[in-house]
Design a protein around this ligand. Structure first.
Ligand code: B12
Ligand code: SF4
Length: 501
C-alpha cells in the first residue's frame, strides 16, 4: 500500500477539443493531446522533491505523471481502488488547474473522506478557489516539503487534526453551511537547500521523458520582472545549493543514470556572482564528462565566465531577452539592456555555446514599433549567431505584478478561465494593443524568427484560440499583414470576430 499519491496532471491547452482531461478513454476520446504531452514532458521535480523528503521520514509515495502517460478517469479510479492511498496530492500550474480540479473531484467521487491536497505555483496565489469547490481540503502555498511532512503527520495520526498550527497552508473545515476556509501564515522558505534529499527519481519512469536529466541548483530569483511570479512565489528569498552538492548531482545524472546532457532548470543560475565560475572550475577540475545547459541573464555574463562554462561542458544556454526595446525593458523592470544582449550573444557565440533566446510580445508598454524592434533583434541573433528563438504572449499569471496591478498598467484582462492563461493565446488588451493585435503580432513574430512555418503556427493557434479548426483560422488570417512589417498596419478582426471565450 502507498501512503500518498502525488499527481502531475496532464496539459490541457494543446487541443481545445478536450472535454475531459483524461486521454484514450470514452470520456476523453477527443483528446489527442496526451500523445503530444508525453513527448515534451519533463520529470516533475517538485513532486519528486516532496516524495524524497517524505520517504526519509517513513511516508511512501507514488508519483503518477498523467502528462507522460494518459490515464482514463476510470483507470485512475481503479488505481485508487487497488492502492488505496491515504492522501492524494495534486500539482497545479495555472494552465492545468482545471485538470488538477478534475482529478480532485475523481478522488472525492471515489472516497470523499480521503484528504485531497493541492500545491504548486497557481494555488500558492489562488488558494480559496479550489477549496470552495469542496473537492480540495488543503492548499499548500509555496514550498511543499516541510509543509507536506507536517500535514501528513497531523492527518495520519488523528481523526481530528489541528491544522491551524501548520504554516503555509490554507484549509477547509466544517461542512455544509458551517464550512469555513482558514489561511494560515506563510512558511519561511527552506534556507539550506543542501539539507534536502535528492529528488526521488526512482519513482518515475525516467527513460520516457523528453529531457530527463533535469535538476535545480537554486530556488527563487532576486529580480522582480513584472511578468514573472518567481519572486513572490519564493517570498523574495533566493537560495542556492553548495557547489559540491551541485557537482555531485551532475555526476550522478551523467555517470549513474547515463544522461549525456544535464539540464539545469533554475530560474537564473547566475544570480549569486561567484557561484557559477566556482561551479565551472570544479567541473573542469573533476573532468565532468557530460554536457550541460542552463538559463541565465545577459547582464550576468562576461567573456571569461562563458569560456569557463564552455570548458566545463556547457554546450547550450538560454537567455531571457523578453524585448528588443530598451524602453519596454525598463517598463517591465527586466534590468537588462539591448546593448548587454548584443554583447552576451556575441561572447556566447565566440565561446562556442549554442544559444536560445526567449522573448515576449504584448508587454503593457509594447507598441507595434517596439515589437518590430524585438523581431529585428531576434532575426539578427538568428542570422548572426544561429540562435534559436522562442516567443510567448504576455500572460498575467497569478502572483505577477501585472496580474496584481493590471488596471494601473492599463491592462484589461479578458478571461478568468485559467485554461486560457497560456503563452500562445492573447487574453489582454494593453493601452497600445488589443488582444487581437497581440495575437497577430505573436503569429508574425513567430513566423519571422522561429523555424515554425505558417501552417504550424496557425495550427497551434487554432488550438490555443478555442475550438477553431485550421481552415477557420486560415480564413481569418488570410488578409492580415503578418508577412509584411511593420506589423500592426491593417489588422483583420480576428478574436473579435470569433468570440471563443
Ligand atoms: C523548470 C521550470 C520549467 C521546466 C520543467 C518543470 C518541471 N518539469 O518540473 C519547463 C521548461 C518544462 C517548464 C515549462 C513551463 N513552465 Co515552468 N518553470 C520552471 C521553473 C523555473 C522551476 C520549476 C521547478 O522545477 N522548481 C523546483 C521545484 C522543486 O519546485 P516546484 O515545481 O515549484 O514545486 C515545489 C512547490 O511548488 C510545491 N509543490 C508543487 N507541486 C505540489 C503539489 C503538492 C501536492 C504540494 C503539497 C506541493 C507542491 O512543492 C514543491 C517542492 O517545494 C519555475 C519557476 C519557479 N521557480 O517555480 C517555472 C514555472 C513553474 N513555469 C511556469 C510556466 C508558466 C511554464 C510554462 C507554462 C511556460 C510555457 N512557455 O509554456 C511551461 C508549461 C509547463 C507545464 N504545462 O507543465 C510558471 C508557472 C506559473 C503558473 N502560475 O502556473 C513558473 C512559476 C515561472 C513563471 N513564469 O512565473 N517550466
Ligand atoms: S523573469 Fe527571470 S530574472 Fe526575471 S524575475 Fe523571473 S526568474 Fe527572475
Amino acid at each position: 500500500m502507498t501512503d500518498i499519491f502525488l499527481i502531475n496532471p496532464p496539459f490541457g491547452n494543446q487541443n481545445m477539443k478536450v472535454k475531459m482531461p483524461f486521454g484514450n478513454s470514452k470520456e476523453g476520446q477527443k483528446m489527442n493531446l496526451n500523445q503530444l504531452s508525453g513527448r515534451i514532458a519533463t520529470p516533475p521535480l517538485g513532486l519528486m522533491y516532496i516524495a524524497a523528503y517524505l520517504r526519509v521520514r517513513g511516508i511512501t509515495s507514488k508519483i503518477i505523471d498523467m502528462r507522460l502517460k494518459p490515464l482514463s478517469i476510470t483507470d485512475f479510479k481503479k488505481l485508487l481502488e487497488e492502492e488505496s492511498p491515504r492522501l492524494v496530492g495534486i500539482h497545479t500550474l495555472t494552465e492545468i488547474y482545471d485538470n488538477s480540479l478534475a482529478i480532485a473531484r475523481a478522488v472525492k467521487q471515489w472516497r470523499s473522506h480521503i484528504p485531497v491536497v493541492m500545491g504548486g505555483p497557481h494555488v500558492t496565489f489562488i488558494d480559496q478557489e479550489p477549496l470552495e469547490t469542496g473537492a480540495v481540503d488543503v492548499v499548500v502555498r509555496g514550498e511543499g516539503e516541510e509543509t507536506m511532512w507536517q500535514l501528513t503527520r497531523a492527518l495520519f495520526s488523528s481523526d481530528n487534526p489541528d491544522l491551524a498550527r501548520i504554516p503555509g497552508i490554507t484549509f477547509a473545515h466544517g461542512s455544509g453551511d458551517q464550512r469555513k476556509i482558514t489561511r494560515n501564515p506563510p512558511r519561511t522558505p527552506i534556507s539550506d537547500l543542501d539539507t534536502l534529499p535528492l529528488p526521488a527519481r526512482e519513482l518515475i519512469d525516467l527513460k520516457h521523458y523528453f529531457r530527463s536529466g533535469i535538476m535545480i541548483t537554486s530556488r527563487g530569483c532576486p529580480y522582480r520582472c513584472l511578468f514573472c511570479s518567481v519572486n513572490t512565489l519564493t517570498d523574495g528569498k533566493y537560495r542556492y545549493r553548495s557547489v559540491d552538492a551541485v557537482v555531485e548531482e551532475m555526476f550522478y545524472l551523467n555517470q549513474q543514470l547515463n544522461f549525456p546532457m544535464v539540464a539545469i532548470v533554475d530560474d537564473t543560475i547566475s544570480a549569486y556572482k561567484n557561484r557559477l565560475p566556482q561551479l565551472c572550475k570544479q567541473l573542469i577540475a573533476k573532468q565532468f564528462p557530460g554536457e550541460w545547459t542552463c538559463q541565465l541573464r545577459v547582464n550576468e555574463v562576461t567573456p571569461d565566465i562563458l569560456l569557463l562554462m564552455k570548458e566545463s561542458g556547457c554546450t547550450n544556454l538560454q537567455f531571457g531577452i523578453e524585448s528588443g526595446n530598451d524602453e519596454v525593458l525598463k517598463a517591465i523592470r527586466k534590468g537588462i539592456t539591448v546593448k548587454q544582449m548584443d554583447q552576451a550573444m556575441k561572447w556566447a557565440h565566440e565561446a562556442g555555446i549554442k544559444i536560445k533566446c526567449s522573448a515576449i510580445v504584448g508587454h503593457h508598454a509594447d507598441t507595434p514599433e517596439s515589437i518590430n524592434d524585438t523581431v529585428r533583434l531576434l532575426t539578427g541573433f538568428k542570422d548572426q549567431y544561429d540562435a534559436r528563438v522562442s516567443i510567448g504572449i504576455n500572460t498575467p499569471l497569478p502572483g505577477t505584478f501585472i496580474y496584481n496591478n493590471h488596471e494601473e498598467l492599463g491592462i484589461k484582462i479578458h478571461s478568468r478561465k485559467w485554461s486560457e492563461y497560456i503563452v500562445g493565446r492573447a487574453i489582454i488588451d494593453t493601452k497600445h494593443l488589443s488582444r487581437m493585435e497581440i495575437q497577430q503580432h505573436y503569429a508574425g513574430a513567430t513566423l519571422k524568427t522561429t523555424a515554425m512555418d505558417y501552417r504550424t503556427i496557425l495550427n497551434s493557434m487554432a488550438g490555443n484560440m478555442g475550438n477553431l479548426d485550421f481552415d477557420t483560422v486560415t480564413r481569418l488570417m488570410a488578409t492580415n499583414t503578418i508577412n509584411q512589417p511593420p506589423y500592426g498596419g491593417h489588422i483583420t478582426p480576428w478574436v473579435n470576430e470569433v468570440e471563443v471565450a
